[in-house]
Design a binder for this molecule. Structure first.
Ligand code: UDP
Length: 406
């Protein structure tokens, strides 16, 4: 009988990172055998954090770390407030009223009652569960991992959230540019992808065609694709505008695939606001289907990630891994993935986006060269094995140096 279930092990990464790297990671993990760590965030699916925690916690377990994953719960008004905070951290306006603070802190307090932590380390992801630290007798290091673009946080909001962050032992941000004025150590971990997942593993041509046909996506013209949560920071409007300019010069089809995370109540409104722009060659879809994501990223002539702010952008890495050139907004973490003109393009406007779409669609050789460089960039820098090793180094550093703060 064909076996359908398998858990990826670090040894499986050998073809991509080499035997020496695998051995080194195993050695680092051995010292930490049975180290007990818990990750806490606010959604099981939708968005990059869930996408990352799912394979990362499994991989940690296969190297001997007892890694768990908890998701905090909240009513819609809680998530409406935390989404406003998310927007504020990315530079948007927020009216930070006492009412909002009270709902935020009360919901997190309730979650603290339900969650018992008896671990060697607690990793809290993003602002939603951030105040948890207020409600525990701290017995181990606590680390705050922020995945958001912190280049221009709303000052009043940041002051408020920093009062919680300061109680942690360290903060992990995605890139150096997000560094804040904090008294605790700040580390920088770039996110990574699981190359073995349904979304990222090699799909053969027949399977790709089958998925695209299933959703009535035509492949007679080159595909221009953006896959993102429906979120204004991802600039779906700008994508449609750029596509409309580009198609005056080259015939092509646009596919905007998106989803809505459970902790993002604005998604449905953004999705609905786009629907009247649908046409035969502008396909806007909301489906949860990892194989469709894979098929689109693999088949696309060009993938866009025209974000206005972007903590990192897993979608960029995912497409690059499939050898597809990506045109990304010249912001945040995208700049660490795309080398402009080498493995994709960085753009600052709708016009530039349209121009780069046309260039790539007209030049298959350029697409090939950039696609090749893109995959290599991911192989070297953005596979989960690298992120696992960074966490192991962090755990080891706490094991040898940690002095309880309180
Ligand atoms: N994603 C998906 N289906 C969609 C839209 C997004 O599976 O319709 C996935 C996408 O493939 C990626 C994640 O959601 O793995 C989004 O992560 P990213 O870091 O790009 O953005 P975030 O949503 O965290 O801001």
């Amino acid at each position: 009988m064909k076996k359908h279930s398998k858990i990826v092990r670090i040894e499986d990464y050998e073809p991509y990172i080499g035997g020496e790297s695998v051995e080194r990671i195993i050695r680092k993990a051995k010292i930490l055998k049975n180290y007990h760590v818990i990750h806490v965030n606010s959604t099981y699916y939708g968005g990059g954090v869930a996408e990352l925690l799912s394979p990362l916690t499994l991989l940690m377990n296969t190297v001997g770390i007892k890694a768990g994953w908890r998701v905090i719960q909240g009513a819609p008004d809680f998530f409406s407030i935390t989404k406003k905070m998310h927007n504020g951290l990315q530079g948007g306006e927020i009216n930070l009223s006492d009412r909002k603070k009270a709902i935020y802190e009360q919901t997190v307090l309730e979650n603290s009652i339900r969650n018992h932590f008896d671990h060697d380390l607690v990793v809290v992801h993003d602002p939603q569960p951030l105040p948890l630290i207020n409600y525990y007798q701290k017995k181990c290091p606590w680390v705050w991992r922020c995945h958001i673009d912190l280049s221009h946080p709303h000052p009043e909001l940041w002051r408020y959230l920093a009062s919680f962050v300061e109680k942690y032992d360290a903060a992990i941000l995605s890139i150096e540019e997000y560094r804040q004025n904090l008294s605790i150590p700040q580390l920088f971990f770039l996110p990574a992808i699981d190359p073995f997942s349904i979304k990222n593993r090699k799909m053969d041509e027949t399977a790709i065609e089958e998925r695209l046909q299933y959703y009535n996506i035509p492949t007679d013209l080159p595909l221009v694709v953006q896959i993102s949560r429906f979120d204004r920071w991802k600039d779906p409007e700008g994508v449609i505008k750029a596509f409309k300019i580009a198609r005056k010069e080259v015939d092509c089809t646009l596919v905007l695939l998106g989803n809505v995370a459970t902790d993002d109540p604005e998604g449905t409104t953004v999705y609905e606001s786009l629907l009247d722009q649908r046409e035969e060659r502008i396909i806007i879809l909301s489906r949860e289907d990892s194989s469709l994501v894979n098929a689109l990223q693999s088949k696309a002539a060009v993938v866009l990630q025209k974000s206005i702010r972007e903590g990192f952008g897993l979608t960029v890495t995912e497409a690059m891994w499939k050898g597809t050139p990506v045109i990304g907004g010249n912001v945040g973490g995208i700049r660490y993935q795309i080398e402009d003109g080498v493995n994709g393009f960085l753009v600052n406007s709708v016009k530039e986006t349209a121009d780069r779409i046309v260039r790539l669609l007209k030049d298959p050789k350029l697409r090939d060269e950039m696609g090749h460089a893109a995959r290599e960039k991911v192989r070297r820098n953005f596979l989960l094995s690298r992120l696992l090793e960074e966490y192991l180094d962090l755990f080891n550093s706490f094991e040898t140096k940690y002095i309880y703060k309180g």
